[in-house]
Design a protein around this ligand. Sequence first.
Ligand SMILES: Nc1nc2c(ncn2[C@@H]2O[C@H](COP(=O)(O)OP(=O)(O)O)[C@@H](O)[C@H]2O)c(=O)[nH]1
Ligand SMILES: [Mg+2]
Length: 460
Amino acid sequence: MYQYKGFDDTIAAISTPSGPGGIGIVRLSGSDSVAVLEKIFVDPLRRPVRDWKGFTARHGWLGAPGGQLVDEVLVTVMRAPRSYTAEDVAEIGCHGGTAAVRAVLGLCLQHGARLAEPGEFTKRAFLNGRLDLAQAEAVLDVISAGTSVALRAGAGQLKGELSIELESVRSRLLTVLAGLEAVLNFPEDATDVRQEDALPRELDAALQKLDQLLATAHSGRILRDGLKVVICGKPNVGKSSLLNALLREPRAIVTDVAGTTRDTLEERADIDGIPLRLVDTAGLLDPRDKVEEEAVRRSRLMIAEADIVLLVVDGSCQMEEADRAIRSAIQNRHVILVCNKSDLPRVAALDGVEASATVTVSALTHAGLEPLKAQLLKVALDGRTLPVEGAVVTSLRHVEALRLARECVARARQSALAHSPAEFSAEDLKSAVNALDAITGRNVDADVVDEIFSRFCIGK
Ligand SMILES: Nc1nc2c(ncn2[C@@H]2O[C@H](COP(=O)(O)OP(=O)(O)O)[C@@H](O)[C@H]2O)c(=O)[nH]1
Ligand SMILES: [Mg+2]
């Protein structure tokens, strides 16, 4: 369990990405934030920063006391506990790029702040009780969301959608547990048979909720990692052209020379807000040299990790043994058969190729791309629909904890049905509550917390 004793130092970091940009933000958090800012902020109207109320924004310059002015800034002060970290926070909006933000950070560090650790602002928000752990983790989901649906899931978790669901299961379990403990503490009163009957029913409701949450984990993983779609097939069937068509940009080199693609190429794309990791491969050709040998090895690796394989064939030619050989090399993966070059007269007969779906496209004219995308989503979601609202479980840590909680509740229910001693059910319910508390951080090991925030960057 995390023993939090409060922070007595003030941290600073650059919170915006490096590189050219209109503005950059340096953030300060801790009890000395205002004192640090006061030393380095030059207010044209000379109003002391210590007198500013929370949510005051002022324009001025930044510089060392009595020294040169560094940059023109807009500073905002937020007072504890009404700030991101629940501590006094100052945000210094200076010009973007590299030099200005670094100079501003340098001034903060010279005047009493220390450089923040990775994720330390969000960690403080968690340890100060402003966010629970699931919400704090969602900050990273929001930052790394590449698509609208991934953003919705992250923002929902940040808002507390998952935490609210967990809280409802937790309080149900605690009520049952209280009943069991009454029986354990006052066995002489434990003649109420209805109590025993009610228990499995109460636990059924908890199990149902846990199952509902676990059912979102499939979509959650896709939102977090992206759907891995690997394009494979014989040389010259149009794999790289298909990648370019799906990306709507000429990313991969396309020529009529077989063996043009010598390595796997991965690009991020987006279908209706679902993140995609599209991989173009050299195909599973007969290697002619060491480079092609390695290319084939990498293609196989990619296929093994794929959620869906697009097996591309050239519809304007007869299917060959090589096409079928590639199909049989793909084991235990969803395969969509893509019959390309529909702008040319159709020659290939596609019978006998096992696939979850078959789509005819032209990577040249982009005909058939929309039906292909629709098939991709259909196969990926495996008959499920993407949760459009409500909690989505995107973290592996949460999935594991939910599974553990489910297992414990199921066992408690079994014990109750079998009229086993109440201790058995009570123990299992305590473990289930602990598993849920690990998600929200109510009860979690310090090293788990440290590991979670070490995945953040400095400034977050
Ligand atoms: N007519 C036609 N040609 C295509 C189509 N897709 C690809 N090609 C051509 O087929 C050749 C091989 O394409 P490429 O994408 O490099 O195939 P890869 O070896 O499978 O990656 C190139 O000359 C492309 O212009 C298509 O839909 N229609
Ligand atoms: Mg290619």
